[in-house]
Design a protein around this ligand. Structure first.
Ligand code: ADP
Ligand code: MG
Length: 285
């Protein structure tokens, strides 16, 4: 068994009807789910136990569930509402995000206005700040892992996928290289990092939100990693010349190769660009 007895109700199908596939990941499939009692809609992440080969894999799933429980009360996290385990699967019943991945909205729209980018970005920093305050780092911040609650312009943003999240406290150094190549911090590639690595990934996110392009790219992973380690930021190519200095300063602070030179999440929320844009907002995302 992966889950503890109290978290391990057996028969998901007695409670939920699983429908269309919403997404696929490394260990499982995410389905649309309907609560049979009240017809409410959820997502069900079904993790295939056959793919959990090592004890480490099992512990990773246990940690994902634990961390989800820890951070679930935040309004910008796709809440874990129930867990099940049967012979073949661990099922996580999650708040449903109808609006798809932020990634797809970026592709659809090309770029966002600075105002829209700041709105999305402030929400991301708020939820990452919440995690860091609770002693966890996400380690896989990227637009695929931010989902939208619906298709409208006012959709709320929800962080999902805590599969690579890790406990972290000041002084801890992590070694394992995890994450996605466009978003990975240089010190992660050097296998000696802490919570600041999340802030780098947020910097990559912000660069993409503002320009539609990743700051570090290449045909092969090694090419991307070489660019990450150099950390040259292109602010010359359009649309950068028409983007505000304050926004660029925010990107520059986060994409600092020196981890301790980057602002922590709570400090970043005080950045002029995020505050200035926020002053005119009536509703947070
Ligand atoms: P993995 O850990 O395998 O990457 P994720 O948790 O990222 O799995 O889920 C894979 C995909 O399933 C996501 O990128 C998203 O498209 C979809 N998905 C995950 N959670 C939800 C949710 N709560 N609502 C809607 N779709 C979801
Ligand atoms: Mg994922």
């Amino acid at each position: 068994w992966v889950l503890s007895p109290s978290k391990r109700e057996h028969r998901v199908h007695d409670h939920y009807k699983l429908g269309q596939i919403l997404g696929k990941g490394a260990f499982g499939i995410v389905y649309h789910a309907t609560d049979l009692a009240d017809n409410r809609q959820y997502a069900c992440k079904s993790i295939n136990k056959a793919k959990l080969v090592t004890e480490e894999d099992v512990r990773d799933v246990q940690r994902e569930v634990e961390i989800l429980n820890l951070v679930s009360d935040h309004p910008n996290v796709a809440e874990l509402v129930n867990t099940f385990e049967d012979t073949h699967f661990v099922h996580l019943i999650l708040e449903l995000c109808h609006g798809g991945e932020l990634f797809d909205r970026i592709v659809e729209q090309g770029t966002f206005t600075e105002r829209a980018a700041a709105d999305y970005f402030r929400t991301m920093v708020l939820v990452i700040d919440h995690m860091h305050q609770l002693g966890v780092m996400h380690r896989d911040i990227k637009p695929e892992n931010f989902l939208l609650t619906d298709k409208s312009d006012r959709a709320k943003l929800k962080l999902c996928d805590f599969g690579l999240s890790s406990y972290w406290k000041p002084g801890d150094r992590l070694q394992s290289i995890v994450g996605s190549c466009y978003y990975v911090a240089p010190e992660v590639l050097r296998r000696d990092y802490g919570v600041e690595a999340d802030m780098w990934s947020l910097g990559v996110m912000l660069y993409i939100l503002l320009s539609g392009l990743p700051p570090f790219w290449g045909d092969k992973e090694e090419d991307i990693f070489r660019m990450v380690l150099k950390a040259d930021i292109d602010f010359q190519t359009p649309p950068w010349p028409s983007i505000s200095q304050a926004a660029k300063d925010c990107v520059r602070q986060l994409l600092n190769v020196a981890p301790d030179g980057r602002p922590i999440a709570s400090k970043l929320l005080q950045h002029a660009w995020l505050k200035a844009q926020g002053a005119s907002l009536d509703k947070p995302l």
